[in-house]
Design a protein around this ligand. Structure first.
Ligand code: HEC
Ligand code: HEC
Ligand SMILES: [Cu+2]
Length: 476
């Protein structure tokens, strides 16, 4: 029969759909970590139902148009080789043309009404549903800076939020256009440099939601991920509080050695001390300073804004939400960050990778240190520490410890980020050294960038620590 001959080419041409179909259908699996169908909050729910609504309209249109098409093909097909007659021509039929103009207009209006309503409804958190949690997000190539304004809590790449409370994300970009997307919680929103973007969402259930930068932003774009951890409100509050407690005392010898290595090699970019309120408040300024230093010397900078690592061991992922945080992965990351995440800036810029100066043992000790960085228990009493030793010895401990001085300053004449501090006493008085530490912006050493040395030591160092530190610096 003619009809069968007519359909034959279709059969072979569309055979390729058979192996591909399951792959396409997997995209609709609600269980998938980044599925937009398995929603978990009012914003994503509404967006998904709008999608489904438009989808069914499209299905009806598709079925009617295809039915009309197939009907016409069959009804007006050429009947036999001798049939050269043309079917009746309807060109310029006013009635038909008016009908197929009006029907699409009606369809588009039906789609536009709920769409526009939802766009306006979802612009900002609702004002009548309790307090809104504010979270600041700053996108960097290729990681996320997170802070909770008014809470003195800073973190990176993992965003904790309370279940059932509206959250308003205020977003900036530090470099190029990024896009903030947590598929199960809300649609994506582009973050354009120089602009402030706001996105509200709410999680209806606890969970660890996948996020992903959804705008191509350079080499490691596909690996610029993050997580939103929605927790019951008490757990969320407990997390906020824990981020403001001091770290536990380091136990293993590896971790203690790792701390010194970290101060010397890593602390010029990464902060681990924002459990202290002044450091937390200063973190944005510190990162902005690193950014300025990087922009001033893109080819050869030794610093760039980097993820805050305070209480890093309480995180679950590594490399901006890329892989699970465990000892094996962390060692892999520190040994060669590029092997885990091609193109990332740490491998390009950090001195130890440029000079290839980290031994396998150093890497292991650094990992041991980072994996012990967690807050003390809520009910732990901080014992007063008697440091002992001479003022100079105590000052040396401050210099090499979590204040991060040794990450930026050598004690010889070599320039790291800041000047080498040998012979400091021959060029500065006690008062000048004191000022250099507590108010680094007051006098800038010639040839060095402004606002890179953190403006926090006035509040993070006790006056005893300052005195000891100055005694140590004078001894160099
Ligand atoms: C030049 C600045 C710089 C230095 C120095 C540096 N890093 Fe990084 N580090 C970065 C940047 C930038 C990232 C983010 C990379 C990415 O995900 O794209 C990063 C990421 C990390 C992460 C993953 C953080 C997360 O939230 O997933 C760890 C862990 C880390 N660095 C450890 C170290 C250690 C250990 C050292 C010292 C050996 C070090 N870094 C030295 C810039 C630096
Ligand atoms: C993130 C890098 C960084 C850290 C951390 C840092 N500094 Fe600095 N420091 C600099 C830079 C850059 C300069 C030069 C610009 C200026 O004068 O502010 C500087 C300048 C100084 C000077 C003046 C040096 C001179 O030659 O006159 C002193 C003293 C000093 N720092 C001490 C410290 C001490 C002590 C600490 C730790 C408590 C510390 N710095 C932490 C970057 C840093
Ligand atoms: Cu991005």
């Amino acid at each position: 029969m003619n009809l069968r001959r007519l359909l034959r080419p279709l059969r072979s041409r569309f055979l390729f759909l058979i192996p591909i179909a399951p792959a396409l259908l997997v995209a609709c699996n609600k269980e998938d970590a980044q599925s937009t169908f398995g929603t978990s909050g009012p914003i994503a729910d509404t967006q998904a139902s709008l999608f489904i609504f438009i989808f069914w309209i499209a299905v009806v249109v598709f079925v009617l148009v295809e039915a009309a098409l197939i009907y016409s093909i069959v009804k007006f097909r050429r009947r036999g080789d001798s049939d050269d007659s043309l079917p009746e021509q309807t060109h310029g039929n006013n009635k038909l043309e008016v009908i197929w103009t009006i029907i699409p207009v009606i369809i588009l209006v039906v789609i536009a009404v709920p769409t526009i309503k939802i766009i306006y409804d979802q612009d900002g958190p609702p004002t009548d549903q309790g307090p809104v949690l504010e979270v600041n997000v700053r996108a960097h190539q290729w990681w996320w800076e997170i802070d909770y304004p008014g809470e003195d809590v800073v973190t990176s790449n993992e965003i904790h939020i309370p279940v059932g409370q509206w959250v308003n994300f205020t977003m900036h970009s530090d470099d190029v256009i990024h896009s903030f997307w947590v598929p199960k919680l809300a649609g994506k929103l582009d973050i354009v440099p120089g602009d402030v973007r706001q996105l509200a969402m709410k999680a209806d259930e606890a969970g660890f939601f996948f996020g992903q930068c959804a705008e191509f932003c350079g080499e490691a774009h596909a690996k610029m991920r993050f997580r939103v951890k929605a927790e019951e409100p008490e757990e969320f509050q407990a997390w906020l509080d824990s981020m403001r407690r001091p770290p536990v005392e380091l136990v293993s010898e590896d971790a203690i050695a790792g701390q010194t290595l970290f101060a010397a090699n890593c602390s010029s970019c990464h902060a681990t001390n924002t459990w202290q309120a002044p450091a937390a408040r200063n973190e944005r300024t510190r990162l902005a300073g690193l950014r300025t230093a990087f922009i001033g010397n893109i080819e050869d900078s030794a610093v760039i804004p980097a993820p805050n690592l305070t209480h890093f061991a309480s995180r679950e992922t590594l490399g901006a939400g890329l892989i699970e945080l465990n000892s094996e992965n962390l060692i892999k990351w520190i040994a060669d960050p590029d092997d885990v995440k091609e193109g990332n800036r740490m491998k390009d810029l950090a001195a130890p990778y440029r000079n290839n100066s980290l031994s396998t043992n150093d890497v292991r000790q650094l990992a041991a240190y980072l994996l012990e960085l967690k807050p003390i228990a809520a009910d732990a009493v901080v014992a007063a520490v008697d440091l002992g030793g001479t003022a100079e010895e105590r000052g040396e401990a401050v210099f090499a410890g979590s204040s991060g001085c040794s990450g930026c300053h050598s004690t010889g004449s070599a320039t790291l980020v800041g000047p080498g501090l040998a012979d400091l006493s021959s060029r500065s008085s006690d008062a000048e050294i004191h000022e250099s530490i507590t108010d680094p912006g007051a006098v800038i050493v010639e040839g060095f960038p402004d606002s890179v040395m953190p403006q926090i030591f006035e509040s993070t160092l006790s006056s005893d620590e300052l005195t000891d530190l100055i005694a140590y610096l004078k001894s160099l």
